[in-house]
Each structure stands twice: as structure tokens, then as C-alpha cells.
Design a protein around this ligand. Structure first.
Ligand code: F6R
Length: 578
């Protein structure tokens, strides 16, 4: 959460940093700010709102100079406002900092900094004063002394008006250094600078770096020099553009046939058959994991437990050597998933990461990593990453069971669903003013009901709940009325008659039912107000198809409600604080 960027070189820093924070905006977008240095003087502009909104008021590009730092914020301490926006400047006016993370002992540190006047309500501001207090002519040394006093997580980028260098440090929040020719870049991730260089150093926890235009010096937390490998990243800039679509989310939904094609050829490494599998993740990645449970248990008969990462990490889990811990994460930076992975490693389990972002922290720390092939996912609501996580789980089930699971017909089938977009738009038009939705499914499609509801609530702000259909009678059916429609996932599979009964029960109580049914099914429309069709496939492959109309339904409803689909309120793509 929060995006930080830095530049030092010969170009206009402000123009470059503006582009960087636009690219990082998916990490947080409630306020934004920038500092540049020119002729020994620090100049700052910041404000509340998204990057383009604030830029239209303050004109970031007018900031002078060829070095600077910038920040796009997702508020933790202190509400979104101009004074809480980063950068923060020390009381002396000489030091500017941007920070991503949470300083847990900031109140205690604030006590020790009583001589300084605090201007914001943030935990981050203490960093500016603390570094100022330790500064005696060497910025890197001052940063080393300051971070030794911190508890919590941070990626920071610091500058001093008397020194032509940027100093960065990290612990628990990501930080990448882009290595250029006569210029260097800093970003929370490579999207901040990938147009300028593909050479990257990923800083590790407790490291500090001093970055000048022609040099990058890295130190461990004690100030000893360390050498770090420079990696060349494979990143298609074009893939991170909207390419004519109104939103990234819509583009990413449409990329799914190709994502499945690309993912089918992913190699699954050799794995010993575990005693038990734990799948740990958050949000949509967790629902991919839950689908994986049905699949892995069916094919391998190995027991699978799926746990929210935020619960796993504090639950003293019974996980042993001989167990396989699988972390699923698009970003590879989710704080809870990372903490859960570290705990599983401590307990001696084998660990596997199913990760989309190359070289992300979870990818680097997992014992084995399988990269999904979704490409850059920019829309905050996850779609194509989910489908590629599912493909990896099918392939894992195939590998562990030795049974072939052919997915070759799936891309064309997904394309067939995407071709019915007009019909989905018509249904969205009928329902976009509704306040509450229910989603139901059984067996393989129960996780898809949860995912469909999550997609709708997070981008349209309509209250939506997903349930296992069999649970309806145990409470949720009380919610059914002609004002609360239910999306019922009812393909022709082994639980089909049960789904039909559930739909009849809803209809008998005046509930409207939007069904997702198998093409050619003439019975389902009799129990539904509206029906969306998906092509026929094998029972366990339906999740790869049933999720598609639910993504499109959520998208069109949100768009009709004029919501900011790619940047829903209160959310951020990469949840690097717990
Ligand atoms: C919802 C969504 C989130 C993420 C969750 C985990 O559309 O995107 O629920 O799935 O925050 O993120 P990653 O996969 O980056 O660990």
C-alpha cells in the first residue's frame, strides 16, 4: 500500500515522477505529493485526491530540478488530507521523506522528539524529524541510526537539501531500484520506472542504499557494504496500458482466454506427495485456493485446508514437516500472506508460492515458486490473476495425482462467454440500482459464488453475500424478497437438482433469480428471472467458465453506477500492511 518513487539524473524529475506515481497509483490513491531539489532548495506540492485531480490543481511538472521523490497514499494513520499527504519535511526544512508501511512505535518515538513541531497526524512524519536529529553531514548514516529505532514496516526514500543523493531503506515493504545510464530510479515496484530501464536491484529487508546518478551503494543494517545482483526484468510495457478499453478491469477480463492459453504450458516442478496441504491467501486469491481444495482433494485425496492468511498467522497452526504450505498471491507482497509463509517455514513445512509478480517478496521467500502468467494486472479487482491461479491449481492436481486434466478447450469456451457481453449488459441495466445481492453455488461453484459477490461489492459498493446453496435454509433465505436478487450458479453437474430446488425455494418467496446455466438447458429459465449461459464442460472445470459472466456482471453494474471501477474507494491493489 502506498506507492513511492524517486529519481536522480539529468532529466526533469517532476515530469518523470508524475508518470511514476500514476503507474503506482493502484497501490493507493487518496492523496499524493512530490518534492524536488533545485539549487539547494527543496520545493514541495501535495494534495488530497487522485494523482490527476491533485495535478490539475497544483501542476506537479512545474517543480524544478533533476532529483526528487514522490508518493501516492493509502491512509493508515491520519485521514486523507493535504497535511497528511507525503512527502513530510523535517522541522529544519532540510530533509524530505516518503514512506510506505506502518511505524508501530511512533508514539514512543514522538515522545522523544518533543523539540520538533509535528504538522501531520501520520506515523511517517516522525521519520523526517528522527533522521534530522541524527544528521551530522552524512544522510545514509542518519538513516541507519533512525531505522535502528523503528518497530514496524517501512520502505522509505529520503533526501537532504545539501546532498545530491537519495537514501532508501526497507523492512517488510517492497522497494526496487532501477539502474539507468547516468540516472537511477526508485519505485515500490518496477512499474514506476520500467519505461526507462529494465535493470533492477530488489532491496532486501534492513538494507539501506545511497543512490546518486552514477552510483548505487548498498549497506546492511549495520552499515557494512553489500553487493546485490542486478536483474534484468521481462516486462511488456504495452501490456500495462488500457489498449482502448474503458477500464483496465474490462481489458483484463477480455485477456482471460489468452491468459489460460499461456498458463496451460506452465511447468509444475517435482513435488513430494505431502501428508496434508494448507492453502493460505487473502480475498480473491483465497477463493482460488478454496476452488483448489475441491480440486486437489478430488484428484489426489490429500486433505487440503484453506485458511485466510490473517487467521493462519495468529492461530498457532498445526503444520508440520511433511506438509505442503501453498501461498497464493497476485502481488506477492500481501503482508498477511507473507507472514503466514514465514510462519510455515519456521514450522518446517515445505512452501510453494503461486505468484504473479516476478521477484516479489513472497516469490523470493517461498521454497518453490510457480509464476502465474497473467501479466501485469492493474485493475484493483482481480480477474485474470484469479483465472491463472485456477489453471495452476488444476495443473498441480494433475501433477500430484498423475491424472491428466485437459484444459485445451477452455480458452475458446471463455471467448464464447465474452461474446455474450451485450446480454450481460442488458441484465446489468435491470439490476444496477439494487442495494443487496445474494450469490449461491454448490461444490466446485461455491467458491465462485463467494468470488462473484466479492467482485460486485468491491467495485459497485452494492452489498453482496456469497453462500453455499445448502446453507440458505439455515438463515440467509430470510433475506430473500423481490428487492434482493440471487445469482444462482447452476451448471449441469452432479449437484444440479439441488441447485434447482434452491432456486425454486427462492422464486416461491418472490425472489428474482439470475442464473448461470449450461447452454441448451431449457429447464433453468423456468426457475429464473434472467439466465446467462456458459458452454458445457466437465464438472470440475466449470469454475473456469462460471466466474466469467459474474466478473462482467459486476463490471457493468459498477460502470452503470458510475463507480471508479479500476480504483474502488478505500481499496488498494497491493495490501502491504496488515
Ligand atoms: C479482490 C482482490 C483482493 C486480492 C487480495 C489478495 O478483487 O483483488 O481480494 O485478491 O487482496 O491480494 P494478492 O493476490 O496480491 O495477495
Amino acid at each position: 500500500m502506498c506507492g513511492i518513487a524517486g529519481y536522480i539524473g539529468k532529466k526533469n524529475a517532476a515530469e518523470l515522477l508524475l508518470k511514476s506515481i500514476k503507474n503506482l497509483e493502484y497501490r493507493g490513491y487518496d492523496s499524493v505529493g512530490m518534492v524536488t531539489l533545485s539549487e539547494g532548495k527543496i520545493s514541495m506540492k501535495k494534495g488530497r485526491g487522485k494523482v490527476s485531480e491533485v495535478d490539475s490543481k497544483v501542476d506537479f511538472s512545474s517543480l524544478p530540478g533533476t532529483m526528487g521523490i514522490a508518493h501516492t497514499r493509502w491512509a493508515t494513520h491520519g485521514k486523507p488530507s493535504e497535511r497528511n499527504a507525503h512527502p513530510h519535511i523535517s522541522a529544519s526544512g532540510k530533509i524530505a521523506i516518503v514512506h510506505n508501511g506502518i511505524i508501530e512505535n511512533y508514539l514512543e518515538l514522538k515522545e522523544s522528539l518533543q523539540e520538533y513541531e509535528f504538522k501531520s497526524e501520520t506515523d511517517s512524519e516522525i521519520l523526517a524529524h528522527l533522521i534530522d536529529k541524527h544528521y551530522s553531514g552524512n544522510l545514509k548514516d542518519a538513516v541507519l541510526k533512525a531505522i535502528a529505532q523503528l518497530n514496524g514496516t517501512y520502505a522509505i526514500c529520503v533526501m537532504h537539501q545539501d546532498s545530491r543523493e537519495l537514501v532508501v531503506a526497507r523492512n517488510g515493504s517492497p522497494l526496487a531500484l532501477g539502474i539507468g545510464e547516468g540516472e537511477n530510479f526508485i519505485g515500490s515496484d518496477v512499474s514506476a520506472f520500467v519505461e526507462h530501464t529494465k535493470k533492477v536491484i530488489y532491496l532486501e529487508d534492513f538494507q539501506v542504499a545511497s543512490i546518486k546518478e552514477n552510483s548505487v551503494e548498498i549497506y546492511d543494517g549495520k552499515g557494512n557494504p553489500v553487493s546485490m545482483e542486478t536483474k534484468t526484468i521481462d516486462w511488456d510495457v504495452e501490456k500495462a496500458q488500457k489498449q482502448g478499453y474503458k477500464h483496465f478491469m474490462l481489458k483484463e477480463i477480455h485477456e482471460q482466454p489468452q491468459v489460460v492459453r499461456d498458463s496451460i504450458s506452465i511447468e509444475i516442478p517435482e513435488l513430494e506427495k505431502p501428508r496434508k496441504i494448507f492453502i493460505v491467501a487473502c480475498g480473491t486469491a483465497g477463493y482460488a485456493g478454496l476452488t483448489g481444495k475441491y480440486l486437489l482433494e478430488k484428484y489426489t485425496r490429500i486433505p487440503v485446508e484453506v485458511v485466510y492468511a490473517s487467521e493462519f498467522r495468529y492461530s498457532d497452526p498445526i503444520i508440520c514437516p511433511g506438509d505442503l504450505f501453498i501461498a497464493i498471491s497476485q502481488s506477492g507482497e500481501t503482508a498477511d500472506t507473507l507472514a503466514a509463509l514465514r510462519l510455515a517455514k519456521e514450522k518446517g513445512a515445505k512452501t510453494l508460492g503461486i505468484i504473479n509478480v516476478q521477484e516479489s517478496t513472497i516469490a523470493r521467500e517461498a521454497g518453490t515458486v510457480i509464476y502465474t502468467r497473467a501479466g501485469p494486472e492493474i485493475g484493483v479487482a482481480s480477474t485474470k490473476a484469479f483465472i491463472s491461479q485456477l489453471v495452476v491449481l488444476y495443473k498441480l492436481a494433475e501433477k500430484l495425482s498423475g491424472t491428466e486434466i485437459s484444459l485445451t478447450s477452455i480458452p475458446d469456451k471463455i471467448q464464447g462467454i465474452l461474446n455474450q457481453e451485450g446480454k450481460i449488459q442488458e441484465i446489468a441495466k435491470k439490476y444496477f440500482r439494487v442495494y443487496n445481492f445474494l450469490y449461491i453455488g454448490r461444490n466446485f461453484n461455491f467458491p465462485i459464488a463467494l468470488e462473484g459477490a466479492l467482485k460486485l461489492k468491491e467495485i459497485s459498493y452494492i452489498h453482496a453475500e456469497g453462500y453455499a446453496s445448502g446453507e440458505m435454509k439455515h438463515g440467509p433465505i430470510a433475506l430473500v424478497s423481490d428487492e434482493v436478487p440471487t445469482v444462482a450458479i447452476a451448471p449441469r453437474d452432479s449437484v444440479y437438482p439441488k441447485m434447482v430446488s434452491n432456486m425454486q425455494e427462492i422464486k416461491a418467496r418472490n425472489g428474482k433469480v439470475i442464473s448461470v446455466a449450461t447452454e441448451g438447458d431449457s429447464e433453468i429459465p423456468e426457475h429464473s428471472t434472467d439466465t446467462l449461459y456458459i458452454p458445457e464442460t466437465r464438472e470440475e472445470l466449470y469454475p473456469l467458465l462460471t466466474v466469467i459472466p459474474l466478473q462482467l456482471l459486476a463490471y457493468y453494474i459498477a460502470d452503470m453506477r458510475e463507480c471508479d471501477v479500476d480504483k474502488p474507494r478505500n481499496l488498494a491493489k497491493s495490501v502491504t500492511v496488515e
